[in-house]
Design a protein around this ligand. Structure first.
Ligand code: ASP
Length: 358
């Protein structure tokens, strides 16, 4: 944790002490309550110096995160819980289930206005989309992250956190599905994707656009979420849920069927192809995929291309081969939807309907 933030925290406390305690109390009780669930990531990362690229994710605990952004206390009464403290490259089903069940408990509490989740940027789009499908409330659930660790020069985490709290505390955020707030932009869980390995402006919602923007807590709303979500979602999990294995196989020049068959042999109940172009792959790979689909493995064609739809029956006869087209979902989000869909059915037609609706 940077000493700069701790110094500014002390200054805020000194200034606060000069004010009337009655006023502070009145303000505190009228503010909405936002619960912060910390999972780790670069937003909680630390490096040995403020100008080095190397750092470790998940070094800073939730209490330090809250203390680093005292300005957010003017937006909401906050309390924090540590769900995990990992780089999001290590995100896993255990943390997902823990997070989803805890969020569902919290949003059912009348005094909780919203939830903020701090997360790594690497897999935030997958976690956000998963939560978008399995949390059950219209109350705001907002993920945030940072590209630079908390100790870096120009760390982006504190302002991202402040803006995320502002969104979670905002009544108009209700009913917009799970949101992701990074770098002044409010993304819907189904639309955002990470587009740069290092740039602060890494997240885009390239096809359907932003849900809104937030600058120093000032919010501008543009639209609602795309697809069924939260209270309109058919999917749910509880602490005993075991998500089925679904693997992603990337299509390339000269691709054969070996990795498709290996995924099925490893126990995958579903396979997502990160296809070339409009979800395409070599004839050999398509034959292997169709053979697995015939054996009951659910096969989804998505695309390794960042933007655009994968349409049904365009260059591939999905009807004949029993395949599913991912439409607007990228491979990593297709995998999330397919894992949840497989809890209900293995019928490709029903699963195609889910891809239409979500
Ligand atoms: N590897 C980090 C993570 O996803 C990157 C980040 O948070 O920006 O946890």
């Amino acid at each position: 944790m940077s000493t700069r933030y701790l110094r500014s925290l002390s200054l805020m406390l000194l200034l606060g002490a000069a004010g009337s305690s009655a006023r502070v109390l009145a303000q505190a009780t009228s503010l909405p309550t936002v619960v912060v669930l910390a999972t780790g990531g670069t937003i909680a990362g630390a490096a040995a110096s403020d100008v080095q690229a190397g750092y470790t994710s998940g070094k800073v605990g939730v209490d330090q995160l809250l203390a680093a952004v005292p300005q957010a206390k003017k937006l909401a009464n906050m309390r924090g819980e540590q769900i995990s403290n990992i780089g999001s490259q290590d995100m896993n089903d255990e943390v997902w289930i823990k997070l989803a069940t805890r969020i569902n408990e919290l949003v059912a509490m009348p005094d909780v206005a919203g939830v903020v989740i701090t997360h790594g940027t690497d897999t935030i789009e997958e976690t956000a989309y998963f939560l978008n499908l399995v949390t059950k409330s219209r109350k705001p659930v907002v993920l945030t992250a940072a590209m630079r660790p908390s100790t870096a020069l120009s760390a982006d985490g504190p302002l991202n956190f402040y803006n995320a709290v502002a969104v979670a505390a905002n009544k108009d955020a209700a009913g917009r599905g799970v949101l992701v707030v990074v770098n002044d932009w409010i993304h819907g869980a189904s639309s955002l994707t990470k587009t740069s390995t290092t740039a602060v402006q890494t997240f885009l919602s390239p096809v359907s656009g932003l849900i809104g923007t937030v600058a120093y807590g000032e919010i501008e709303w543009y639209r609602g979420p795309v697809g069924k979500n939260t209270v309109t979602s058919d999917f749910s999990v509880d602490k005993n849920t075991v998500l089925p294995r679904v693997d992603i196989v990337m299509a390339t020049e000269n691709m054969d069927g070996a990795l498709i068959d290996a995924a099925a042999a490893a126990g995958a109940k579903g396979i997502v192809i990160a296809g070339v172009g409009n979800g395409n792959m070599t004839k050999t790979a398509l034959d292997a995929l169709a053979a697995q689909a015939k054996k009951g493995v659910v096969a989804v064609r998505s695309s390794r291309v960042t933007t655009g739809q994968v349409g049904r029956n365009v260059e591939v006869d999905d009807d004949k081969l029993g395949l599913v087209a991912s439409l607007g979902l990228n491979p990593q989000k297709s995998r999330v939807l397919l894992r949840l869909a497989l809890l209900k059915t293995t019928d490709p037609k029903t699963i195609q309907r889910y891809f239409d609706e979500y």
